[in-house]
Design a protein around this ligand. Structure first.
Ligand SMILES: Nc1ncnc2c1ncn2[C@@H]1O[C@H](COP(=O)(O)OP(=O)(O)OP(=O)(O)O)[C@@H](O)[C@H]1O
Ligand SMILES: [Mg+2]
Length: 424
């Protein structure tokens, strides 16, 4: 890591004067200079990023979930009173809550909560013979919140007790970074396994070897990095002759899905073979959209485009099975007239199956958390204003509880419970 990431490392002064070079040599020199400019600039980024990671993930550069949970929170989530939970403890049905040196009960970790939930047989997952939900947050519009929503959604589901596999299928690897992956560090480590790029480029057959543990209990991660864009080229070049390559991801997911309830995918923003592979693999689509006219228009084009592309996939004999395709309005700012107009207009024209009722607000909490490579569900408390934090968590919870309901509706074993709750 450079101590002075912004210092000028260019070596231009050491080179020959351009006027003494032949035409070809001149062109080569210009090309080399151009690449060097990019490399120098990216070197500057690398240094700063390493420093940010170090401070966000200290002390041992590994991200940990610092958040913990009171007995009241655990009891409420499990539908118990605290007395009821203590009784279960005294019966030995669940492990006793740990105590500190002064004999005070310490809060539960998420691992401990999930363990208690399992011991009480209250985990909300699918029936054994049912398939996991495979959900992508997809829209080709850059910056609409795909990564933000997919990471928070995976974490919400893990906190609820589901077993989640998160697949970062975007070479930008923003979700991997938020989920604690440090690819350039892991690449040099002995326990580094294989990558999604190697699986999709058919260098390896074992999809499971691309899965890694994540600091967030309940989530396993298939991280991404810039090399994943190579998989896109591989898939495109083989697509004409072997259209089956578009189902490689789907088959990979199916080879491991007995271990999960939900698979969440963060797809690349552009339409290519990789995003087609994601679209062929999912059973539900959350379509994040910012409430502006430009985003409205590009979401329309996105839907038209994927419908055309999926048509081709279906014509080639592949099955797709979408349980829901639903727009999630994200980044709403009630002080903006155009946002209000679009939200109100969409609420009138779209059904609940097409548009989530919860409109995710634009929240400083999301920005503040991401500054430290954290999500809002990572936070142990507000980054600033308590009200802003509470509001942000309540909107995220409300949005993902709608997604959760759609997931549950896909599992017939839950239909009786849902009907009893009036949600079937
Ligand atoms: N509801 C929100 N409130 C505040 N900031 C948000 C919200 N949603 C997303 N952001 C911020 O907007 C930026 C873009 O979001 P994000 O990276 O999730 O978009 P994306 O669709 O994944 O982008 P890309 O197309 O580049 O993959 C990020 O800085 C994120 O923190
Ligand atoms: Mg993204």
């Amino acid at each position: 890591m450079s101590e002075q990431p912004f210092s000028d490392t260019s070596t231009e002064s050491a080179k020959k004067p351009l006027t003494t070079l032949s035409h070809d040599a001149l062109a080569r020199q210009r090309s080399e200079d151009s690449l060097e400019k990019i490399d120098n600039l990216s070197g500057g980024f690398e240094g700063i990023l390493a420093r940010v990671r170090e401070s966000a993930h200290s002390p041992n550069r590994t991200k940990v979930l610092e958040r913990d949970f009171t007995m009241g929170w655990v009891a409420e989530k499990l539908g118990y009173s605290t007395e009821g939970l203590r009784f279960k403890e005294s019966e030995g049905a669940i492990p006793p809550q740990e105590k500190d040196a002064r004999g005070r009960r310490v809060k539960y970790s998420l691992d401990q909560f999930r363990d208690i939930q399992q011991k009480l047989e209250l985990n909300p997952g699918r029936g054994e013979s049912e398939n996991p939900a495979v959900i992508a947050c997809a829209n080709f519009k850059g910056g609409c919140g795909k990564t933000t929503l997919s990471v928070h959604m995976a974490q919400y589901l893990a906190i609820r007790g589901y077993r989640v596999l998160f697949i970062d299928a975007d070479p930008q690897a923003s979700a991997s970074m938020l989920l604690g992956s440090q690819h350039e560090v892991d690449l040099n480590s002995d326990d580094f396994e294989f990558t999604l790029e190697e699986y999709l480029s058919e260098q390896i057959q074992d999809f499971s070897s691309t899965i890694r543990p994540c600091y967030f209990p309940g989530i396993d991660l298939i991280p991404s990095d810039i090399l994943l864009s190579g998989a896109d080229y591989h898939l495109i070049s083989r697509m004409q002759m072997t259209p089956d390559v578009l189902t490689l991801l789907q088959k990979g997911i199916q080879s491991v899905w007995k271990d999960y309830d939900v698979v969440v995918i963060d797809p690349p923003p552009a339409l290519g073979a990789l995003s087609l592979s994601v679209l062929a693999a999912v059973s539900g689509l959350v379509v994040p959209m910012r409430p502006t006219l430009v985003d409205f228009d590009s979401t329309y084009k996105f839907l038209r485009m994927i419908s055309g592309n999926l048509d081709v996939i279906v014509e080639r004999g592949f099955d797709i099975d979408y349980r829901f395709v639903t727009v999630a309005l994200n980044g709403y700012d009630e002080t903006k007239a155009v946002h209000k107009e679009i939200v109100e207009g969409m609420n009138v024209r779209f059904s609940r199956g097409q548009l989530f009722e919860t409109v995710m607000r634009n929240s400083a909490e999301i920005d503040n958390a991401s500054r430290d490579l954290r999500s809002v569900y990572d936070l142990t408390g507000p980054t600033g204003n308590h009200k802003v934090y509470k509001r942000c968590v309540s909107y995220l919870d409300a949005l993902f509880s709608e997604v959760e309901l759609k997931i549950q509706q896909g599992w017939p074993s839950n239909s009786e419970t849902l009907r009893a709750q009036g949600r079937g």
